[in-house]
Design a protein around this ligand. Structure first.
Ligand code: GAL
Length: 933
């Protein structure tokens, strides 16, 4: 019955075979070479993934399957305290915050997890992961101060049990536990030790690591007093910098990218190895992807593998995602956190993905690399070489790099043969000798497997370059070239194949005293077209389709779950006699290579609706003198814990009054003298923010908010009071709308950046004593969480939500006054089933400087648009947040500094593949389900 069920599910394409033996307990340990699981050495190849940057949990599986398909066997995950805790003592692990589910998916997909719960995570996310309420807790953050300690103990008491339950030692996937993050200045060893003691007390029993940035030796047993030392110190390396604007010329300005060995008794761990970049200078993420492109990925990563001997890697980022809501730390990033990663923000596989795949498949097919020592390398004139060798098997790994920018033709002596080589500028290869029957090769190994009694090796090299492969054979074998041009010679127990890397050559070798063998000799591209999946009954190799998510061998059928961008071939090497793709049988013939060849259909055409039904409504009643603010919070504090002094009294820092996110309104009441000439206001918003000012209902103008700066640079706006607006002895109201763009990080662990206030920090209108009221986010959205909404009137009243009754709103003129105006449009989407269509919202034309727009899809804040914010014009609408077959509501809050004509966006297809994972709609509760404040 069970088998039958499995067959039905597999044929239907629904069964997700798990490589992790679920529920069985394992032993995790390590030595100076590598981690081991149940005594077996593991080469950990992880990709960084932030669940909090992808608010559609079904898509977590999509990304994890894509990472797995690239040969990664792990992910590294920051857990953001701020994302889970909107207020002291309040924690939420449901819905898009359900990390238990994330860890279950990792188990099902078969990926190890490096768990990084901070408490401090940096990550260019608001507060560096610290909830903003921590600003009002006494005691220096990232120290052993009692206030901070009590706060992070509460966080760890919530997150640690979830992580603990998913450890490899309990049958789960968590292999390493990372405390803190680049904790290098203002350190407190007592705190560092307590993080570990707390983890142990909470049941964490996998090795503990930390990621060092600056002094690689930090937190090793021989560093400082030894207190706070971790078992496996990791090192972060960003050799290529974040200078995306100069991608074409930058080459390794931040070092050689060779991970240091920190502890003699622990493996070398590249805890964060640069795999993309933050867009510090607004060059756009395409430029960041170029900065860290295929050539960088080959040169630095392969170099590091051999020069450092690292056996645990984490590439930052594997998939960057989106700073939706107010997730961004605004000094470094805007809405997109695409990062130029191998998988783009819209979940497409980029060129770089396929380089990761070439490297990942290689690493997984050479367990010999988990135990190597540096050895003398053979020379290759004109090229850099370095080598490592496995002392038990004699397998050697030789790095060959072209440090120059022009091609170099050379030879290298491998296994007693002078092999011709040609490397493009900045190209790098890892060549192997003594790997079972593979004596030597100037081609790189993609993967090798024994399938249906036959050995298969896929080898590759840059198109047009020479390749030689030498194999051990006891006696002269029979060589049949099935495809391509390959010459074969046999002497002295060695079969030598010479060829040029071109297309895909196929060589069948039989006899010779060993198993039959198929050699597939390809180029970078043709090799990257192979997918490998290790099923419970052995490996399956697939050529074609655009992504193999999983494979299962069930009663003679290879059941594949695969994505296709276009119609094309699928070739399967397996013992199976039939193929199904996504549950559908594929007509297949047997090829001369002994594989099954069929074809898969491409995606169906996608039609997206025009967004043409916009309605519009202006708001900002708070600006009117008669607005009733009686229920607003009185802002009357005189002190704060911020090292930043208020410029005037009372303290107006919004965090002091529990308003931590997005827009905040202030109303200041005073009695005018009539002699006032200016209103002088200072606000700190974080970079990209602004504030707008009204006096007695009259708009006075806007100013840029102050930014991160330890010395303090409060945004200063001096606004002229129009003559006659204020009358002696009459009540007056100053209304100020301040953007809080997110909270600074605490990279320096000194509170100065992190505790920098948000909101007004000074306000003067003549000498008037001003009585202040403040209002921010008015309700905690149970689905979207505490970082989704600010305190605009429309946000408080549900204008951002689906179901809001906008019937009475007029059709949009798109011309807006200074202040706040909303545009709304409902539209229906009907995307093809069984297909993964990634949709984005695109703005055409120049990015406006006169206004900013906050974009809500079904109430989910999917981003911010405007020249002050960043260069972004496309905003990803994650499937699930976008109802793929149903009605959707877009709401756009326009905050205009001056009267403007607003551009509205249109929908675009960012990518569409047949296949994908099933994606359910993410809950998008409407206003009827909320008690609104
Ligand atoms: C590292 C840090 C990460 C992230 C990265 C840059 O130094 O550990 O959290 O900030 O830099 O993207």
């Amino acid at each position: 019955m069970k088998i039958l069920l499995a067959l039905v599910l597999a044929v239907a394409g629904l069964l997700v075979p798990s490589s992790a033996a679920a529920q069985s307990k394992h032993t995790v340990t390590y030595d100076k070479y590598s981690l081991t699981v149940d005594g077996e050495r593991v080469l950990l190849q992880a990709a960084e993934f932030h669940y909090f940057r992808l608010p559609s949990p079904d898509l977590w599986r999509d990304i994890l399957e894509k990472e797995k398909a690239a040969g990664f066997n792990g992910i590294s995950v920051y857990f953001s305290w701020a994302f889970h805790s909107p207020a002291p003592g309040q924690y939420d692990f449901t819905g898009v915050r359900d990390v238990d589910r994330l860890l279950r998916i990792a188990e099902e997909v078969g990926l190890y997890v490096i768990a990084r719960p901070g408490p401090y995570i940096n990550a260019e996310t608001t507060g560096g992961g610290f909830p903003a309420w921590l600003k009002t807790v006494p005691g220096r953050a990232r120290s052993s101060a009692p206030g901070y300690t009590a706060a992070y103990h509460d966080w760890l008491a919530h997150i640690n049990p979830i992580i603990a339950k998913h450890q490899v030692t309990r049958g789960g996937s968590v292999l390493l536990y990372n405390v803190e993050n680049e904790y290098a200045v203002n350190t407190d060893a007592v705190y560092m030790q307590d993080l570990q003691d707390t983890a142990r007390a909470d049941g964490i029993d996998v090795p503990i690591t930390t990621n060092n940035c600056c002094d690689a030796g930090s937190w090793s047993s021989t560093w400082g007093s030894g207190l706070g030392a971790v078992q496996i110190p990791g090192v972060d390396d960003y050799p290529q910098s974040f200078d995306c604007g100069n991608a074409a010329t930058v080459w390794g300005p931040w070092g050689a990218g060779v991970t240091e060995k920190v502890r003699e008794d622990a493996p070398v761990f590249a805890a964060e190895y640069q795999a993309g970049a933050i867009d510090l200078n607004n060059a756009g993420y395409a430029a960041c992807r170029e900065l860290t492109g295929v050539q960088y990925t080959k040169y630095f990563q392969k170099g590091n593998m051999i020069l450092s001997g690292a056996t645990a890697f984490n590439y930052y980022m594997g998939f960057g995602g989106t700073n939706w809501g107010w997730l961004a730390q605004p000094n470094d990033v805007y809405t997109s956190y695409d990062y130029g990663a191998a998988i783009s923000e819209d979940r497409q596989l980029t060129d770089k993905y396929f380089e990761y795949k070439r490297q990942g498949y290689f690493l997984q097919s050479v367990p010999q690399l988990t135990k190597t020592d540096a050895v003398a390398a053979p020379a290759a004139p004109g090229l850099e070489t370095a080598a490592r060798s496995n002392p038990d098997t004699g397998t050697s790994f030789v790095l060959v790099r072209n440090t120059g920018t022009t091609p170099v033709t050379s030879t290298i002596d491998l296994g007693g043969y002078a092999l011709p080589l040609r490397l493009d500028g900045h190209d790098a290869k890892i060549l192997v000798t003594g790997l079972d029957d593979l004596a030597a090769s100037s081609s790189e190994l993609l993967t090798r497997a024994t399938i249906a009694g036959r050995d298969i090796k896929v080898l590759y090299g840059t198109a047009g370059t020479p390749g030689t492969t030498v194999l051990n054979y006891l006696s002269k074998p029979v060589v049949r070239v099935l495809d391509g041009q390959v010459s074969a010679t046999y002497s002295g127990g060695k079969l030598r194949l010479d060829y040029t890397h071109e297309g895909l050559a196929r060589v069948q070798v039989t006899g010779g005293g060993q198993r039959p063998q198929l050699l597939l000799l390809g180029t970078d591209d043709t090799a990257a077209a192979f997918w490998r999946y290790d099923t419970a009954s052995g490996p399956v190799l697939v050529r074609g389709t655009d992504l193999l998510r999983s494979a299962a061998l069930i009663h003679g059928t290879a059941a594949l779950r695969a994505d296709s961008n276009a119609a094309g071939p699928v070739e399967v090497f397996s013992p199976a006699r039939a193929i199904t793709v996504n549950g559908k049988p594929v007509a297949a013939r047997t090829s001369p290579s002994g594989s099954l060849i069929g074809s898969v259909p491409g995606p169906r055409a996608v039609t997206l609706p025009a967004l043409s039904g916009w309605k519009q409504q202006a708001e900002a009643p708070e600006a009117r003198p008669a607005f009733d603010d009686s229920r607003w919070t009185v802002a009357d504090k005189t002190t704060s814990l911020s090292p930043f002094p208020p410029l005037t009294q009372p303290v107006l820092f919004s965090d002091e009054y529990g308003f931590h996110t997005g827009s905040v309104w202030y109303r200041g009441h005073f009695t005018a003298t009539g002699a006032e000439t200016t209103a002088d206001l200072n606000a700190i918003t974080g970079k990209r923010g602004n504030y707008l000012v009204w006096l007695n209902g009259r708009y006075l103008g806007a100013a840029a908010g102050g930014v991160e700066d330890e010395t303090g640079s409060p945004g200063a706006g001096s606004f002229t009071v129009p003559a006659g607006l204020l009358k002696a002895g009459q009540p007056a109201v100053l209304s100020v709308l301040v953007q809080n763009m997110g909270h600074n990080d605490d990279w320096t662990a000194d509170d100065n950046r992190f505790r920098q206030p948000r909101g007004l920090i000074g306000a003067r209108v003549g000498d008037a004593a001003i009585a202040w009221k403040i209002q921010g986010t008015a309700w905690l959205d149970p689905a979207r969480g505490g970082l989704n909404n600010g305190g605009l009137y429309g946000e408080r009243a549900g204008w951002s939500l689906p179901g809001f009754a906008d019937r009475s709103w007029p059709a949009a003129s798109k011309s807006v006054p200074a202040g706040v105006t909303w545009l709304r449009d409902d539209f229906r989407v009907d995307l093809p089933a069984g297909q993964d269509t990634s949709v984005a919202l695109r703005f055409d034309g120049a990015i406006p400087a006169g206004y900013r727009a906050i974009l809500y899809l079904n109430g989910w804040n999917v981003g911010q648009y405007g020249a002050a914010i960043g260069p972004q014009t496309d905003f990803v609408l994650p499937a699930g947040v976008l109802h793929q077959n149903g009605t959707n509501t877009l709401a756009v809050a326009v905050i205009a500094e001056q009267p403007s004509t607003v551009a509205t966006p249109h929908l675009v297809v960012a990518g569409s593949q047949r296949g994908g994972v099933p994606v359910r709609d993410v809950p998008a509760p409407d206003r009827r389900n909320h008690a609104l404040g």
